[in-house]
Design a protein around this ligand. Sequence first.
Ligand SMILES: Nc1nc2c(c(=O)[nH]1)N[C@@H](CN(C=O)c1ccc(C(=O)N[C@@H](CCC(=O)O)C(=O)O)cc1)CN2
Length: 287
Amino acid sequence: MSATILDGKATRDAIYADLRERVAALADQGVVPGLGTVLVGDDPGSRAYVKGKHSDCAKVGITSIRRDLPADISEADLLAVIDELNENPECTGYIVQLPLPGHINTGRVLERVAPDKDADGLHPTNLGRLVLGEPAPLPCTPRGIVELLRRFDVPIAGANVTVVGRGVTVGRPLGLLFTRREENATVTLCHTGTTDLAAEVRRADIVVAAAGKAGLITPDMVKPGAAVLDVGITRTEQGLSGDVHPEVREVAGFLAPIPGGVGPMTRAMLLTNVVEAAERAQAALAE
Ligand SMILES: Nc1nc2c(c(=O)[nH]1)N[C@@H](CN(C=O)c1ccc(C(=O)N[C@@H](CCC(=O)O)C(=O)O)cc1)CN2
């Protein structure tokens, strides 16, 4: 039996149809959401992701603002760009594309983003709000994963979830999301110090692989019928590889593959965060 594919592209298209209507409703009230991106250097992957974000904005009717900066920019000059976007009224939300070059302190840069303009949900204040269960923009990949599972009716409440990878953009915030009351799952967060990864994966109803190690999750590690979501991307001369071995498709009940699974949802959740922030600001003005 082959897994049902969690189709991120079709789901993203449905989300964009809804966002287009919400952006039009905001425009009727004189509000135009604007997404800014800050890209440092010329890593081809990061360039492609930023380009994708701007083409998505055009599809939905969001204004886009680009700040493409040289790889050797000083941290002080980068912080000045952040300050400018914080003040720019056309930019209602923005992101700093990660990873940043090694000479820049990523934490210091993300902390400088105004929390109300943090479209990525990665500002410490917004991560703190997530811990506290307060409304906040949610990190895009974790939010996209939960949204994809919901839309395909994969049961989350009561599920045992194993997340492989403890990075700040995926693994850690995803653990927080799955354990909120709304989701009510039980999470095991695995990392390089996990002693028996296969055992942790084998007892999971939902597996999220975000380690960046091609083919790490093999069919023998997966409980038959489990939902498996691939997030780790490794680029080789032969093309893209995910963390999930291709033969997992024969064991899993649901599979979010690379490409076409979680990635398109990451993009869709970014625009959702931007539209929601504009709606919140509009509602506050109307009060
Ligand atoms: N500031 C941020 N930086 C990064 C994030 C993030 O959410 N915020 N996530 C990733 C990169 N990323 C978006 O920025 C991203 C990664 C992958 C995809 C995607 O659609 N992937 C395709 C595969 C094609 C490919 O990667 O070449 C897919 O899975 O179908 C979208 C966005 C790190 N940085």
